[in-house]
Ligand binder design. Structure first.
Ligand code: SF4
Length: 155
């Protein structure tokens, strides 16, 4: 989806595998990519200071300023968020001490967190079912596929 928008806008995006597994035949499966942004995001409009792909932005953007610590699922709020800075450290401290208030303060963002966790659970399920082992990088692989490609090819 993001790549399609980027193609349409003539924007180049860079991704790095961040969650890689290997099967018993040394074929690697990339579970997740990290989007590398150097400088400003290409979808950020510097004049309006708004996201130009608001409705289609990635889940990581949709859930911001919420962060999830894996694998504990601990929910946190980023202290780097401008809105949080504006509302002061008091709110941040309150949410740190009472994380159960986070969904009420950030309802839309919390929905995105739920979608992210569902994706993680789906990846975990496939990893378990296929008996894949986590590896550090792609150097350990004969070949590598995205998770979807891997499932399409090998079932
Ligand atoms: S919300 Fe995400 S996609 Fe939109 S401008 Fe910010 S970093 Fe880019």
């Amino acid at each position: 989806m993001l790549e399609e928008i980027a193609d349409r806008l003539g924007v180049e995006l860079f991704f790095e595998p961040t969650l890689v597994f290997k099967d018993e035949k040394d074929i690697c499966v990339i579970g997740l990519y990290r989007w590398i942004i150097k400088g400003y995001c290409p979808f950020f409009d510097k004049q309006t200071r708004l996201c130009t792909i608001h409705d289609s932005k990635p889940l990581a953007c949709k859930m911001y300023p919420l962060l999830v610590e894996m694998p504990t699922n601990r929910l946190m709020v980023s202290a780097k968020c401008e809105w949080i800075r504006k509302h002061g450290v008091k709110l941040l401290k309150r949410l740190e001490n009472k994380p159960e208030l986070i969904p009420a303060v950030f309802p839309g963002e919390f929905e995105a967190v739920k979608d992210v966790l569902l994706e993680f659970r789906a990846i975990e399920g496939i990893v378990k079912e296929k008996n894949l082992k986590r590896v550090g990088d792609l150097k350990e692989c004969k070949r590598a596929y995205d998770l979807d490609d891997y499932i399409t090819r090998f079932g």
